[in-house]
Design a protein around this ligand. Structure first.
Ligand code: SF4
Length: 754
């Protein structure tokens, strides 16, 4: 027996980035607990983080590439092959499709897990470039694209996202988010419950707006149940109150904002008395909410997935920032602020090229491109509709769109028509069963850990890096993606991904040398490359990260800045490095053409006019609408094969209010058939007044009962796939984000009640 060793690293399973302490004995993880010395999470951990090692040890996880033998994904057999054999099959398959149909016939889908790993965050971009196809799709259009669009339009940069400064605010208004279960999203903060409790303990106030009485609502000062999809109306009514009552106090913003006057006019139609009957919140309450927001010493509005996966998602995302701005809380302590990561320079002239959507349009439905991708709701028809540019091959990286995208039964059928598919994924799941080749990445314990995407959304400036804990049988993600990129580049590119590593590393060094007032101006790429590569245990992805950190906002600039950061410094600080509270970053961080916060771009003014037209339509309160929900033990579709997280009470149930249950003869615990325009599922009923009358709720990410998958535990408790009900024709038109909340449904008992 060897002695125990202790390792510290960031949990990669959700956006909260908690610090973990892992104890290893005899080559296996004995225990995982929260790292009490982590400078950001201070010991917080949730049930998912404590079983991270069980994902690593999961016997169903692939440890070598596999190749499908047989046409039918339900009955096919799979053969384990070497990495070289696997890439040879991929090269043949991809090249064949390109030869027969052209480059645009190959599409790609990037799933949510690929933003939780450094290798995929950096090398996905390389793959996209090498593919040179417009057929790009991701989980962003079932999740957060509205926020990217609103940030792009207002600030000129779609990834410049303002996060709630929850540790300093006096007043937190949360819409469509349930951080007690999700642990936060687009706002990285370990221990949301503790941080929310602290707001109330220091005399602050928390108001929650959500159709359902969530756990977050139960821990707030106020909860207001809103009709699903009504958030943009509520937020515009609050803006109306602030302008009508002359409560605008934009703090530092007026000097750097354009469009205030236009917005005052555009929100004129949304008087609380007009909006109230449509959203189920009375006019006096709307008015009071607006006044309290304006009166609080510091306040912040935070809206998340429930506000964005609806038909006016971008407008709701915009209105959140607009309210923060006109109350003087944008880019201000205690309000909504912009994090500064150590891997970015933070320098800027406060001006740029701005942000555009619709630089091209999708082939079948003419959807505008957003951030170089199309709505995933349209992917199935791009595969099945003949014509130039029809998708005949797919690459998927770390996602499960057959469970997680609208009308997923159609995508499941469409994928059978593909001539070739390759998936980078650790599981043979509902989506990857359609692949010809599956290339498994290493686990989170077998790679370096630096949560690049989520550090940029943290409510404190913070970062942590850790080296791999275990060797892997798999290639690292950057190696897999590098080899795939070479296949797309063409046979002359060879098959050694080191050429891509060198290109990225040298490019990062050269741009640091060339940057304005660079302390590296008299240094050479050759010299700096040699320094970065000194540590033989580090991989190419570590070298690139090291350069980004050393030349970032707190970097050591290769010795020019004493006490600056480098990967060595991170290695010496295994509990993470706290870089302080968020600081104002405007106007330097702006990238709009005008160099101002563009509050009223024409697209938004037009969208406000479209929203205003809905005020003239009859109010429809008949029928049921479906909303989604999140559980603490679950993260989309990818945590259901761990016994500790799925045991106990069945969670994939349909929540129904007692009044609706009585009216529809639905009995608690019995099955019901839920049907929408596009499909139906059968799920057990849970009668509860957690949901209001007229609203039912089903969690997403379930439906693990498809033949041809390997997930022994998930398939024993499959649940039902809520995306058999979601409608691919319902989109937020500005972002292409799918409408996943407020879906009209009918519910009847599965067996007649006597
Ligand atoms: S809250 Fe998120 S990051 Fe923290 S332990 Fe749980 S899954 Fe991991």
């Amino acid at each position: 027996m060897t002695s125990d060793t202790t390792h510290y690293r960031t949990c990669p399973l959700c956006e909260a980035t908690c610090g973990l302490e892992l104890t290893v004995r005899d080559g296996a993880v004995l225990r995982v607990r929260g790292d009490r010395d982590n400078t950001f999470s201070k010991g917080f951990i949730c049930p998912k983080g404590s079983v991270l090692h069980k994902l690593h040890a999961d016997p169903d996880r692939l440890r070598a590439p596999i190749v499908r033998r047989g046409e039918d994904p339900e009955t096919a057999t799979w053969e384990e092959v070497s990495w070289d054999e696997a890439f040879a099959v991929v090269a043949d398959g991809i090249q064949g499709v390109i030869d027969r149909h052209g480059r645009y016939a190959v599409g790609a889908y990037f799933g949510n897990p690929s933003v939780h790993s450094l290798g995929t965050v950096i090398y996905n971009r390389v793959l996209i470039q090498a593919m040179a196809s417009p057929q790009m799709y991701s989980a962003s259009t079932v999740d957060q694209m509205p926020k990217h669009v609103s940030s792009g339009l207002m600030f000129g940069n779609p990834i410049l996202i303002a996060v709630p400064d929850i540790d300093r605010t006096d007043h937190l208004l949360i819409l469509g988010a349930n951080p007690y279960e999700s642990n936060g999203s687009l706002a990285t903060a370990p221990d949301w419950p503790g941080r929310m409790k602290a707001i109330r303990e220091r005399g602050g106030k928390i108001v929650v707006v959500d159709p359902r009485h969530t756990k977050t609502a139960a821990n707030a000062d106020e909860w207001h149940s809103i009709r699903p999809g009504g958030d943009a109306l509520l937020l515009c009514a609050m803006l109306h109150v602030l302008f009508a009552e002359d409560l605008i106090d934009a703090g530092r913003a007026p000097g750097m904002t354009t469009g205030l006057r236009e917005i005052a006019d555009a929100v004129e139609p949304f008087a609380p008395s007009v909006v109230a009957p449509r959203i189920g919140i009375d006019a006096d309450t709307i008015t009071r909410m607006a006044r309290e927001l304006a009166a609080a010493p510091t306040a912040v509005v935070y809206g998340r997935i429930g506000t964005q996966t609806v038909g006016f998602g971008t407008l709701a995302a915009w209105a959140v920032d607009a309210l923060n701005l006109v109350t003087g809380n944008l880019d201000s302590p205690g309000g909504a602020m912009f994090p500064l990561t150590p891997h970015e320079s933070g320098r800027g002239k406060g001006r740029g090229r701005g942000f555009r959507i619709g630089r091209r349009h999708s082939r079948v439905r003419n959807y505008p491109e957003v951030r170089s991708e199309y709505p995933v709701a349209g992917l199935a028809e791009e595969i099945t509709t003949p014509g130039d540019g029809q998708i005949r091959a797919m690459v998927t990286v770390g996602g499960n769109p057959v469970l997680s995208t609208p009308h997923s039964a159609r995508l499941d059928v469409a994928m059978r028509e593909l001539e070739f598919m390759v998936s980078v994924d650790p599981y043979l799941n509902e989506t990857t069963r359609h692949a010809n080749v599956i290339l498994p990445p290493p686990t989170a314990l077998e790679r370096s850990e630096y949560q690049m995407a989520f550090i940029g959304l943290a409510v404190r400036n913070f970062a942590q890096w850790a080296p791999p804990m275990f060797d892997s049988d798999c290639l690292q993600e950057h190696e897999i993606l590098g080899r795939l990129s070479l296949i797309f580049t063409g046979p002359d590119a060879g098959n050694d991904p080191a050429v891509i590593d060198a290109m990225l590393l040298d490019g990062a060094l050269q741009s640091a040398i060339d940057s304005t007032d660079s302390p590296l101006a008299d240094r050479s790429v050759d010299e700096l490359r040699a320094i970065v590569r000194t540590n033989p245990s580090r991989t190419a992805i570590d070298h690139i990260l090291d350069v980004m950190i050393r030349t970032g906002s707190s970097g050591d600039w290769f010795g020019a800045v004493p006490d600056g950061l480098s990967l060595d410094v991170f290695e010496q600080n295994p509990h993470g490095i706290d870089l302080g509270a968020l600081q104002p970053r405007l106007p330097e961080a702006l990238r709009t053409e005008s160099g101002t916060i563009e509050l009223a771009p024409q697209i938004i003014v037009d969208e406000l006019a479209r929203l205003a037209t809905t005020l003239k339509t009859p109010i429809d309160t008949d029928g049921l609408v479906l909303i989604s929900r999140r559980h603490l033990q679950s993260n989309n579709s990818w945590m259901h094969n761990v016994e500790a997280l799925v045991k106990g009470k069945v969670r994939c149930t349909l929540l129904v209010h007692p009044t609706d249950a009585a009216r529809l003869s639905l009995v608690d615990g019995s099955d019901a058939v839920i049907a929408s325009r596009v499909g139906s599922v059968t799920a057990p009923i849970e009668v509860t007044d957690e949901v209001p009358v007229g609203v039912v709720s089903l969690p997403h990410g379930w439906g693990h009962d498809m033949a041809g998958t390997v997930s022994q535990i998930a398939s024993r408790r499959p649940g039902v796939n809520s995306n058999l009900l979601t409608d691919p024709e319902l989109l937020d038109p500005l972002s292409g984000n799918a409408v996943l909340n407020g879906i009209p449904v009918t519910v009847v008992p599965a067996s007649p009640q006597f």
